[in-house]
Design a protein around this ligand. Structure first.
Ligand code: A4P
Ligand code: MG
Length: 185
């Protein structure tokens, strides 16, 4: 099993609701246990146009190799109507693998840690909410990069309401690993 962090983002349609639904969808996957979810943040688009984004980060445990986790992310994105008309286009749902254990992966279609993780407040702030001591492989402490993103607008809009997922340090394993979890597909 590997602990991974996913970044979720959306700025098309009911983006706020989509992120909540997407976390439920991830939690329903048999191959994933969602361990914690950050607060929801409203964020200014970075290197992109369109409306403000909603972003959050999910911490999970998975039996999937990184490449299969990426494939699952793409499948979930498609279920939420993701289209890719051009780079950084507004999107109904984006799921990025931020960290996968302490792995460093540099392949054509999968780079982990996510290459722009340390440049984006919409990733760093929720990630550090879940793990204030977070280390980015090959780069060091995540909080060291907060000063770099200090000018990026980010506003917390909701704390996690789920009693199982709201407190990252509490052990929720017993109540979130039902063997007969339904698949949301
Ligand atoms: N890919 C490579 N590594 C990864 C990874 N670790 N996780 C490949 C996910 N995908 C990865 O992804 C493009 C390609 O990246 C895929 O083929 C995949 O194999 P995509 O989902 O089509 O597009 P993307 O996620 O938009 O691309 P990218 O380059 O990761 O964009 P960024 O840098 O994440 O920027 N502003 C705010 N406020 N909030 C946002 O969420 N998002 C972006 C996207 C720009 N500005 C934003 C936000
Ligand atoms: Mg993506």
């Amino acid at each position: 099993m590997t602990v991974a962090y996913l970044g979720l983002g959306a700025n098309l349609g009911d983006a706020r609701q989509t992120l909540k639904d997407a976390v439920v969808c991830l939690a329903q996957q048999r191959t994933i246990t969602v361990l914690a979810k950050s607060s929801l943040y409203r964020t200014a688009p970075i290197d992109a146009g369109g409306d403000d984004y909603f972003n959050c980060v999910v911490k999970l445990e998975t039996s999937l190799p990184a490449r299969q986790l990426l494939r699952l992310c793409h499948t979930v994105e498609e279920q939420f109507g993701r289209e890719r008309p051009y780079r950084n286009a507004p999107r109904t749902l984006d799921l990025d693998i931020l960290l996968y254990g302490d792995s460093s992966i540099d392949e054509a279609d999968l780079i982990v840690p996510h290459p722009r993780l340390a440049e984006r407040a919409f990733v760093l702030v929720p990630l550090l909410e879940l793990d204030g001591e977070c280390i980015i492989p090959l780069r060091g402490r995540a909080d060291a990069f907060l000063a770099v993103v200090a000018d990026q607008r980010i506003e917390k809009v909701a704390t996690c309401q789920c009693p199982l997922l709201g407190t990252p340090d509490v052990d929720k394993t017993a109540s979130s690993t039902a063997s007969n979890k339904p698949d949301c597909r």
